[in-house]
Design a protein around this ligand. Structure first.
Ligand SMILES: Nc1ncnc2c1ncn2[C@@H]1O[C@H](COP(=O)(O)OP(=O)(O)OP(=O)(O)O)[C@@H](O)[C@H]1O
Length: 761
């Protein structure tokens, strides 16, 4: 009997009626400004842009173009709400570019995205629409990858990247406008960025006033102004009110028109020409009032309209196994609709889900008769190397249909050409943090706004369909929005970044949603214990060094300690290995073979050194495909590990470290080095054979996949605690209690004298 998932008979076609429409095409649209084209291929770029022009003009947002420009001119902060697919992300930056909001070679517009893949793919699309090569007028910058130049006028970047730019350019002088896209996702970094941008806006408003005043005085009438004859160095002669000092320089005082001003500000030095910073917050949800309130009552613009309707179906009964339901629904779509009726996008919770559904699909389609078109699974998740992620954008080969298996990485901003069908599992993985317990990673129901975003991925190029693997009644029960990350995640890294950006009083920082005092205090204490902060809460030299790394502070501390311990090579290798979820694949029907293969790399000291053995073996065989298959090594993830390893090596080299320094066979050194960052992730064996965490006295279980599972070792340390049905320690290694005491003498010095009776293995 063929198993089927039953959906409601008639889906509801959604349109943009939910959004009030207060923008319209009242003004004629000006001609597009001419771009700076590179000589070579000039015609090709122009031709592509010309072809896309009509598509651009057909987008719902086009009718609001002039109203948007007018509102941006009028206000420094603006909230723009628009239905998914209305054209916000790709068009608004271009409208501003076309209307002179940037100065070529001087100022640019930054557009932030919560995810790397969105930043790169949108930049590619917009550069095509503008008609210039990617990296020229339109570019992107993501962690470790810069495809932009000082002539770039539209720069797409991740929110984390813009935060890093603030460290080197505290006033973001390079930008006239910052657009925060998909702000409703409320990632940790977006929230921090919101607060930082508010501060920068205030400061730039003060400076802009200073510039306006100086210009108005035109060098002569300004109180205390002395224009030097002959253009010699200006002199300071007047401390005006407030904290600033104004200088004037006039190369030719006789000619007022050519007077040059240099405006010096006490806090920021030369601030000549700095103007107000415009901040635009964009989102597809209606929770705009919160953002408006946060930006002092900023106006909210609603842009109505989605290009094409999406018909939504719900299952008639709840599904107990969403993986099975996703697999069956995909097969139903494939066999019941012609393959040229569009590709399929499935939203799942994580890499493991994706790999399971991929396997199920491959198994089911293997027996398809030749007249049935191929079904081509294409996974996309954060840990997948960039080159493989971008494969989802390639068109499906002839006589086949793509089925993209994605995490919520594909939920916002992306347009994947060819998608007409979306299958929404209704779940995602949520990272949580409890100071007592540690991090948890749980599969939870999504919010209604996520469900709408997911549906919005269909219907971007033609009418689409969304199949929700839950009932309509269940949808009604979902929360309207997800809890902002800042309220549920570990804060050490952002606190370190805030400190590095000069925010001393973290408790007084202007958060849109204030994290709990407990979480902030925990982050401050952890940074203090890692010696990134001193006892006054000020950033130490080590803390500043650590803030250079796009890593959680525990890892950057390990890298730092590895210099002294002469094991930087091993430290970078293991930190890179820990950046992926799984290094091995374990097929359900070959569990034993997989475990046996893993034993080849096993170290009696635990997972950190086991992983290192794996990496060394992998490098030796040059990542050979068959070797990986034979040893059940996840080749996809190993490539990502090599990517991270290369990036970290480059960063360490830039910071003057000898990255080839190796401790060779003295591997205890490496473990001790890890303890310098992970002393808070330790557990001691109890007389009854269980483990209890050192800092919270929680019962901790070694993960069954660990190379020391079942062993009784006096003390262990681990990379993370993951709460599933119980608290599991993942990536676990043996530690000597003495090492723990040495790594954190103030916290755990008592271990030097403690005695515990341990059970034997
Ligand atoms: N890479 C692309 N290939 C083909 N069409 C594209 C591409 N990027 C955008 N488009 C077209 O432009 C439309 C608008 O996309 P855009 O990302 O600007 O919308 P949006 O309003 O920002 O939506 P969202 O909130 O989902 O990000 C899409 O629906 C699609 O028709």
């Amino acid at each position: 009997m063929v198993r089927k998932i039953v959906f409601s008979d008639t889906g509801n076609a959604t349109d943009a009626d939910a959004l009030p429409h207060n923008l319209g095409a009242e003004e004629p649209v000006p001609k597009e400004t001419k771009g700076k084209f590179k000589k070579s291929n000039q015609r090709d770029y122009k031709a592509v842009a010309q072809n896309l022009k009509q598509q651009r003009q057909d987008l719902p947002i086009f009718s609001a173009r002039n109203a948007i420009i007018r509102e941006v001119r009028k206000h420094n902060s603006l909230i723009i709400v628009g239905e998914t697919g209305s054209g916000k992300t790709t068009q608004i930056p271009q409208y501003l570019l076309e209307s002179g909001f940037t100065i070529y070679g001087q100022t640019a517009i930054a557009i932030t995205q919560p995810r790397r893949v969105a930043a790169t793919s949108i930049a590619k699309r917009v550069s095509e629409e503008v008609g210039t090569p990617l990296g020229a007028r339109v570019g992107y910058t993501i962690r470790f990858e810069d495809c932009s130049s000082d002539k770039t006028q539209l720069k797409f970047c991740t929110d984390g990247l813009l935060l890093r730019e603030i460290l080197s350019d505290p006033l973001l002088r390079r930008y006239s406008v910052v657009i925060l896209d998909e702000a409703h996702e409320r990632t940790l970094r977006t929230d921090i960025l919101l607060g930082m941008l508010k501060g920068i806006q205030k400061e730039r408003a003060r400076i802009a006033q200073l510039n306006r005043d100086s210009a108005a005085q035109n060098g002569q009438s300004f109180d205390g102004w002395h224009a030097h004859k002959g253009g010699e160095k200006l002199h300071r002669d007047h401390r005006s009110s407030g904290s600033h000092v104004v200088f004037g320089e006039s190369p030719d005082p006789e000619q007022k028109e050519s007077t040059v001003f240099t405006v010096i500000d006490d806090a920021h030095g030369d601030v000549t020409g700095i103007q107000d910073l415009k901040v635009i917050v964009m989102s597809a949800t209606l929770d705009a009032e919160r953002f408006s309130e946060y930006f002092g009552g900023a106006p909210i613009l609603y842009v109505a309209g989605r290009q094409f309707p999406v018909t939504t179906y719900y299952t008639t009964t709840p599904q107990s196994d969403y993986l099975d339901a996703a697999h069956l629904t995909a097969l139903q779509i494939h066999t019941e609709t012609p393959s040229n009726s569009g590709d399929v996008l499935v939203f799942l919770s994580g890499q493991e889900d994706i790999e399971n559904v991929e396997r199920l699909l491959r198994e089911s389609t293997a027996s398809f008769p030749p007249e049935v078109p191929h079904l081509l699974p294409c996974p996309i998740f954060a840990a997948l190397p960039q080159s493989q992620q971008s494969r989802v954008f390639d068109p499906a080969p002839e006589f086949s249909r793509k089925i993209i298996l994605a995490t919520n990485i594909a939920e916002t901003s992306l347009t994947i050409p060819g998608i007409r069908h979306v299958i929404d599992s209704g779940v995602h993985k949520v990272r949580g943090f409890d100071p007592r317990v540690g991090e948890s990673l749980l599969v939870e129901p999504i919010s209604q706004s996520s469900a709408r975003q997911r549906a919005g991925r269909a219907g971007r190029e033609a009418p689409g369909y969304c199949y929700r693997l839950y009932t309509e009644a269940d949808f009604a029960q979902l929360p309207e929005d997800s809890v902002p990350e800042i309220k549920r995640c570990q804060l050490s890294m952002v606190v370190l970044q805030l400190k590095a950006a000069g925010v001393h009083d973290i408790m007084a920082f202007d958060f849109m949603d204030r994290p709990s005092k407990k979480a902030l205090k925990h982050a401050l204490l952890e940074l203090y214990a890692l010696e990134a902060l001193d006892d006054k809460g000020e950033l130490t030299k080590l803390g500043r060094w650590m803030s250079e790394f796009p890593l959680e502070p525990s890892y950057s501390k390990v890298v730092y300690a590895s210099q002294k311990a002469h094991c930087t090579r091993e430290a970078i290798d293991i930190v890179s290995l820990l950046s992926v979820d799984s290094l091995f694949f374990i097929p359900a029907d070959k569990r034993e073979e997989s475990n046996a293969a893993q034993m080849t790399f096993r170290s009696a000291d635990g997972d950190h050194l086991t992983y290192l053995n794996l990496l060394r073996a992998y490098v030796k065989v040059n990542g050979d495909k068959e070797w990986c298959q034979e040893h059940f090594v996840n080749r996809r993830n190993m490539r990502h590990v090599l990517d991270v390893r290369q990036q970290l090596t480059r960063l360490c080299t830039r910071l003057g470290m000898d990255t080839e320094r190796s401790c060779n066979t003295d591997l205890d050194t490496v473990l001790k080095c890890f303890l310098s960052g992970f002393f808070h992730n330790c557990a001691l064996l109890q007389p009854d054979g269980s483990y209890r965490s050192l800092n919270g006295s929680q019962a901790v279980h070694i993960h069954p996949g660990s190379s020391i599972f079942g062993k009784k070792i006096p003390a262990i340390f681990y990379d993370q605690l993951v709460f599933t049905n119980k608290l599991h320690a993942r990536a676990v290694s043996a530690a000597d209690p003495l090492w723990i005491a040495q790594a954190a003498p103030k916290l755990y010095g008592r271990l030097l004298s403690s005695t515990v009776n341990y059970p034997t293995n």
